[in-house]
Design a protein around this ligand. Structure first.
Ligand SMILES: Nc1ncnc2c1ncn2[C@@H]1O[C@H](COP(=O)(O)O)[C@@H](OP(=O)(O)O)[C@H]1O
Ligand SMILES: [Mg+2]
Length: 355
């Protein structure tokens, strides 16, 4: 029987839940000087930094020897021009860390009333995320706000945390504060946590970490299959997906959604296929954008590969290296989608050759 990572699950759910509390509370209060534009032109908010500070503080206390590959670093906060943002992050992180203990949480993880941190401790916690990754040993990977653009629009985003051991994702936890608990009731309650554990299945929990509901990807009839895809056309080609859908005879419109919430929706059967086809040459997918989603989908009975049918390689460092795009779907659907993707790519290559 495979390890069930019970202690890691308990800590990761608590960390993700705290980070979700923080991001939800910060959303309505965001002001202009709380967002920076990073070198790669993507936005980062006080919420991204503070959520990374909170999760890394908890991981640092619970598993002090585990390195972390996190999306953010504190460089911009250590300079004079970052002082206002830094103060805000310290305030947000401490507010979150010192909140009353919730289900399954422990004071030994640095949580609860009276457990404030100094600014330096919190910046150092953010920078625990600078690990370069690699093929051997244990490491965590964190995206404190995946889908920052969705977060800023008040739409979908996810706090994503995964444990990788010897390049294989063993545990994935995702918090989706804006996701309807039940897709058939889109105006109903929102906010859920998803957990996938290698060899032990996938489940959906409430935002407080209770009431586990096992997840299994349904087998879709061809006419019922539909796509989950990025909102941002620059992250994944909408027109390519349209062509693949056409080749498969899919009639239903794609569901566009930011972040790894797409993997959560796939795992619970809201959509049948997640297809991500890069638009830019040279973009390398980041491990924190796919680690937790990949184990969630596999443990819900699905298959995930890149667009060539190759397994995703989490052992190459901070990126997925030469993996190109992503196809995730139930077993039977994956075979069909991969064949259609190959055909669409051949068509594209031919039409380029004919220009
Ligand atoms: N040119 C590009 N191609 C593919 N992915 C990109 C990209 N630029 C940014 N991204 C990634 O796409 C993620 C969002 O995915 P999605 O489009 O599925 O919502 C971003 O995560 P962050 O929002 O954490 O920066 C970022 O890592
Ligand atoms: Mg991301």
């Amino acid at each position: 029987m495979s390890l069930n990572f019970a202690a890691e699950e308990q800590v990761a759910v608590a960390a993700v839940r705290r980070a979700c509390m923080l991001t939800s509370s910060v959303f309505n209060k965001l002001v202009k000087n709380e967002t920076l534009v990073k070198g790669d032109k993507s936005p980062v908010t006080a919420g991204d930094f503070a959520a990374q500070a909170v999760v890394n503080t908890i991981l640092g206390r619970a598993f002090p020897d585990d390195p972390i590959v996190g999306e953010e670093d504190a460089n911009d906060l250590r300079v004079e021009s970052g002082a206002t943002l830094k103060n805000r992050i310290v305030e947000l992180a401490n507010e979150t860390l010192t909140a009353e203990l919730g289900i399954g949480e422990m004071a030994e993880w640095g949580l609860g009333p009276g457990q404030s941190r100094t600014a330096d401790e919190l910046l150092d916690a953010i920078d625990r995320g600078t690990y370069e990754g690699g093929r051997t040993g244990r490491m965590w990977t964190l995206d404190p706000i995946d889908g920052t653009k969705g977060f800023l629009r008040g739409e979908q985003y996810a706090v994503c945390l995964a444990l990788i051991v010897d390049a294989k994702v063993q545990l994935g936890v995702m918090g989706c504060p804006n996701l309807p608990v039940d897709a058939s009731n889109p105006d109903g309650p929102r906010g859920c946590i998803f957990v996938g554990i290698r060899g032990h299945g996938s489940k959906q929990l409430t935002m407080s970490g209770s009431d586990p509901r096992p997840l299994k990807i349904p087998t879709f009839a061809d006419e019922e299959l539909n796509f989950l895809e990025s909102v941002e056309a620059a992250h994944s080609s909408h027109s390519f997906n349209d062509r693949v859908a056409q080749l498969l005879g899919i009639k239903r419109a794609p569901i566009r959604m930011d972040s790894q919430a797409k993997y959560c929706c796939l795992a619970r059967g809201d959509g049948g296929v997640y297809l991500r086809m890069p638009t830019g040459v040279g973009y390398k997918e980041k491990i924190w954008d796919h680690a937790s989603g990949s184990v969630l989908v596999e443990e819900a009975g699905g298959v995930i590969t890149d667009s060539r049918g190759e397994p995703l390689d989490f052992g190459l460092g901070r990126t997925l290296g030469e993996n190109y795009g992503v196809i995730a779907a139930g077993k039977a659907a994956h075979v069909k989608v991969l064949a259609a993707v190959k055909q669409a790519k051949e068509e594209e290559a031919k039409s380029k050759g004919n220009l």
